[in-house]
Ligand binder design. Structure first.
Ligand code: PLP
Length: 422
């Protein structure tokens, strides 16, 4: 990943912009400046550590650090761990941090307090949620529906969860999952936003259709939480999982979360009933008895360092309305698509992200020949996106710190890179 210099075909200098492209770019620059000046979230950018002269469009994969995370971690390590040591489990609130921080995440996904717990990875939480969902489903159901285009880990884990519960997995395109659910369906695992195309699925209607069929709805919010409004309680979602290192900026490997609707908590039968979820964890009883509430989703000792880094990252949301984030996200992705259309040579890229706002998450995916090489050069030139094989360039737009000027700059550099190649 770190070759110092390259002489590949895409890195030649080229000053071949046509007069009309130059005029278009001038008009777009004025528009970007106007949009940034009117942006109610503009000042939130100061809460993040960003690299000068870089356009960071990969917050859908790994959000950047917030300005205060270093200071917080230094206090956690130096004082809470270093000086207070074991006393911090109570004295510094470590033991209850998974539920406390779970409530903070819950506020961003429409969950009232007491239903979200933070801990473990998304992969592990998919396992807990799916097995528990099948265990709660009506008798005699033996099918788990899985979004056919799912992020691979969700599919792998669903297969294993199915084998363990006497079910089989049936992959179905996310948009058809509601219609596909029937009397054999125990549960469905659906991605709210497709990680590859950026397509947003209709959570309320798919959830309602699953319920009409008597099945449970398990949603993966990895690419929606922190990017757009999610209303877990209002939409009657049964279980949900998501990661915190993407749009929530918790840091590499920060723990994921699990939502279990309050009404289902008494029936949530975890396949990983570790001691942290016990009704009396320090009773050290040989027999398991589950605790009440969100704590049932816990397994073992929480990841305190990364959990508290996430806690501080969530401060970036103070005073921020998710509705404003959504409005800016759509405006940013619209503007980026417009800039790409105006500046990139015709026919070189094709958006696979839906035009319809109701079907768009917070990223733009462009199909492009030689996408791996194109992204390599973009990275070299300070435009940080990523590449999904074989032919997708992914650009994540994160309204807390991305400016309209950044969207234009990314499109300009992309145009420049593609101008210079056959
Ligand atoms: C990012 C992502 C994951 C990541 O899972 P980990 O266990 O954190 O590696 C899982 N599912 C989806 C849909 C994702 O986008």
């Amino acid at each position: 990943m770190s070759e110092p210099t390259t002489t590949g075909p895409l890195t030649q200098p080229h000053a071949r912009a046509t007069p009309s492209a130059t005029a278009a770019a001038g008009g777009l620059a004025a528009r970007a400046a106007g949009l940034d000046a009117a942006d109610p979230l503009a000042s939130v950018r100061d809460r993040f550590e960003l690299v000068a002269d870089e356009v960071y469009l990969d917050g859908n994969s790994l959000g950047p650090p917030t300005t205060r995370v270093m200071e917080r971690l230094s206090d956690v390590v130096g004082r809470e761990w270093g000086r207070l040591g074991i006393r911090s489990w109570d004295g510094s609130g470590w033991w209850t941090a998974p539920e406390r921080i779970g409530d903070r995440v819950g506020a961003l996904v429409g969950a009232a307090p007491g239903q979200v717990v933070v801990g473990d990875s998304t992969s592990v939480n998919v396992f807990k949620a799916l097995v528990a969902a099948v265990r709660m489903a009506p008798e005699g159901r033996d099918e788990i529906l899985v979004d056919a285009a799912t992020f691979p880990t969700d599919g792998y884990i669903a297969e294993s969860a199915a084998r363990m519960t006497g079910c089989h997995v049936r992959p179905v395109p996310a948009a058809e999952i509601g219609a596909a659910a029937g009397e054999r369906t125990a549960a469905a695992l659906v991605n709210h936003v497709d990680y590859r195309s950026g397509r947003l699925h209709d959570l309320p209607s798919v959830t309602a259709a699953l319920h009409a069929a008597g099945a449970l709805a398990v949603w993966d919010l990895c690419h929606s939480a922190g990017a757009l409004p999610v209303a877990l309680d209002a939409d009657g979602v049964d279980l949900a999982v998501g990661c915190t290192y993407k749009y929530l900026n918790g840091g590499p490997g920060s723990p994921a979360y699990l939502y279990v609707r309050r009404a289902l908590q008494p029936r949530f039968d975890s396949p990983l009933p570790g001691w942290n979820s016990h009704a009396d964890p320090f009773g050290m009883a040989p027999a398991y008895a589950p605790g009440d509430g969100a704590v049932r989703g816990r397994v073992g000792t929480p990841e305190i360092l990364s959990l508290l880094a996430l806690d501080t990252a969530l401060d970036a949301w103070d005073g921020v309305a998710v509705a404003d984030v959504r409005a800016k996200s759509l405006a940013l992705t619209d503007f980026f698509l417009e800039c790409v259309d105006a500046l990139v040579p015709a026919g070189r890229v094709e958006s696979v992200t839906p035009q319809e706002h109701a079907e768009r998450g917070s990223q733009v995916s462009l199909r492009c020949h030689d996408a791996g090489e194109v992204m390599r050069v973009l990275l070299e030139r300070g435009v940080i996106g990523d590449h999904r094989r074989p032919d997708i360039l992914r650009f994540g737009f994160t309204p807390l710190y991305t400016r309209f000027a950044d969207a234009l700059q990314a499109a300009r550099v992309l145009a420049d890179v593609l101008e210079g190649t056959p």
